[in-house]
Ligand binder design. Structure first.
Ligand code: NAP
Ligand code: MG
Length: 521
């Protein structure tokens, strides 16, 4: 008898409160042990999604997708080149102008997005497993946090789809007139997605973009294409018409082709400031484009004398070690006021050591770093920290002889001009710096090209409010960290980016206002 693949592999069971498909212990073990036979069946999509079909790249090129926990090849993924980018952009353009998408009401679009959110909920274990394999994110965190974000964001923006309207305006010079604004889709959007929250960051762009009636070509990071490709299949299942979402994994130049393509009306990118600058320069080769950039950071987390010590330690740990420090808004500069400094330094090592590092399919807080490049970068900055005279309280070593596992690390006695205090490391390295008063810390916190986020821990509302006004950053967390939500605008000042994602502000990134002035006679 031929037994269906799913029933052998997945021990499908219904979760208590949802119809989620759980993977089961055997599958988790196979994933953990990089069982190649199992992976070959588990990974359904390694091709490009163009015009509603999974296809090979025109050039026949593929790239290796590496498991950061084992350094083995998970699979080979089709690699988009210029010709594939052309096809994807054309498909999105046709879908925008001629396909059923353009004729749907906003309410119909919303219904599809709600259905997709349900599908993500049902498949969240599979999607989280793909992210764990691809970028080393702990499976349980992917399932309970990243996929929760994806589902919530789809629902949040589905809710907005039919609620965006223009305004009636009183023309100041023409009494006999009717003036109003319309908000129309910006057009074909090219989105370049990072690997640190692969599907969550994709949904920050995908959900508002489609809710507002645009079409989209997405390029996942080379480190993490798998969950997005599976998501693409779910999008088709939810009823997203062909061409509305094209997905083109690439390696080396697909991003640049997409950003400069003449059929692309808007580019949205999350990644390094360095590539953000390149996109600013190159995206206007053929024409002007709308641009949203969510870039790097070196965010300060400021701990005031009157802080509750436990809360300060907890939030400082959360600020830097969340997602292994691979977080654009990571609070990597911990500024501690002199009255609480010694107590903080005495206790912070313990908190860092409590972070469990290990295989992402075990019960851990942190998996490996995403790739060898970042692993080497971590080692380089640990060496620089020691060489430049900071005091390494804990961590600093790599773990095991396979995979990109590293220890959560804390340096104290860090000075503003040290490399670890200036550069974005994108790893689990906390720099603790001492300060005396509010003006001093505000000036030092702002003394960086970046301006993404900041944390403040303390009790006196006057001091906190004083700092809130002084800090040049896009998001400030008070007595918490990483507490942003689908409803809260997120993005950076200065070299941390342009524009805001999420919340009502996120909508405007995907809309073109049109003003209508009707002269009545
Ligand atoms: P990255 O270099 O910033 O970005 C790589 C992505 O950008 C790839 O998808 C790449 O596509 C695309 N790209 C490269 N050059 C381009 C160009 N000229 N025009 C358009 N797209 C282009 O990211 P990374 O190498 O993965 O990480 C490096 C650093 O970026 C990290 O250490 C971290 O500091 C930062 N980062 C920040 C975030 C964040 O959340 N803000 C997320 C991830 C990384 P191709 O493969 O086609 O070249
Ligand atoms: Mg790079």
């Amino acid at each position: 008898m031929k037994v269906k693949f799913n029933s052998i592999l997945f021990n499908i069971s219904k979760a208590k409160f949802s119809n989620r498909i759980n993977l089961g212990e055997e599958a988790i073990n196979n994933l953990k042990n990089h069982d190649q036979k199992f992976l070959n069946k588990f990974i359904k999509h390694k091709q490009l999604l163009i015009d509603g079909k999974f296809v090979n790249s025109k050039s026949g090129k593929v790239f290796d997708n590496i498991n950061p926990s084992t350094e083995e090849i998970i699979c080979q993924v089709q690699q988009a080149d210029l010709e594939d980018v052309n096809q994807a952009a054309l498909s999105s353009k046709m879908a925008l102008e001629k396909g059923p998408w353009s004729k749907m009401t906003a309410f119909e679009r919303a219904k599809i997005l709600y259905k997709l959110a349900d599908l993500v909920d049902i498949h969240r274990e599979e999607l989280a497993a793909l992210d764990a394999l691809d970028c080393g994110k702990p499976f349980s965190i992917g399932r309970d946090s990243d996929m929760e974000i994806v589902s919530n964001i789809l629902k949040y923006f589905a809710g907005w789809a039919d609620k965006v309207a223009g305004k009636v305006i009183n023309h100041s010079a023409m009494k006999n007139s009717l003036c109003y604004t319309l908000n129309e889709p910006v057009g074909v959007v090219g989105a370049i997605i990072p690997w640190n929250y692969p599907l969550a960051m994709a949904s920050w762009k995908f959900a508002p973009c489609l809710a507002m009636g645009n079409t989209l070509v997405m390029k996942p990071a080379e480190q993490s294409p798998l969950s997005l490709l599976r998501f693409g299949e779910l999008a088709l299942e939810a009823g997203i018409p062909k061409g509305v979402l094209n997905i083109i994994p690439g390696f080396g130049d697909a991003g640049a082709h997409l950003a400069s393509h003449e059929l692309i009306d808007k580019v949205t990118f999350t990644g390094s400031t360095e590539v953000g600058y390149k996109i600013m320069r190159n995206s206007h080769t053929h024409r002007l484009k709308r641009i949203t950039l969510e870039l790097g950071g070196k965010s300060p987390n400021i701990i005031l004398n009157d802080s509750d010590l436990e809360l300060a330690l907890e939030q400082a740990t959360n600020a830097i070690f969340t997602n292994n420090g691979q977080n654009c808004v990571a609070g990597s500069r911990t500024f501690v006021q002199e009255g609480i400094y010694d107590e903080f330094v005495k206790n912070i090592g313990k908190h860092a050591k409590n972070q469990k590092v290990g295989n992402p399919f075990d019960d851990v807080d942190q998996g490996p770093l995403v790739d060898k490049e970042l692993y080497n970068k971590y080692k380089k900055y640990i060496d620089l920290g020691v060489k430049e005279g900071a005091n390494l309280i804990t961590g600093g070593k790599t773990i095991g002889n396979k995979g990109y596992f590293v220890e959560p690390s804390v340096f104290e006695n860090v000075k503003d001009d040290m490399s670890i205090a200036k550069d974005e490391i994108f790893g689990p390295v906390m720099s603790v710096l001492k300060f005396k008063d509010l003006d001093e810390v505000a000036q030092r916190a702002n003394n960086t090209p970046y301006g993404l986020g900041a944390g403040i821990v303390g009790k006196d509302i006057n001091s906190i409010n004083y700092l809130i006004k002084k800090l040049r950053v896009g998001t400030i967390y008070v007595n918490s960290y990483n507490s942003e939500d689908v409803s809260t605008p997120f993005g950076g000042m200065k070299d941390s980016g342009i524009g805001r994602e999420n919340g009502e502000n996120g909508l405007s990134q995907y809309l073109e206002p049109k003003t209508v002035i009707i002269t009545l006679h």
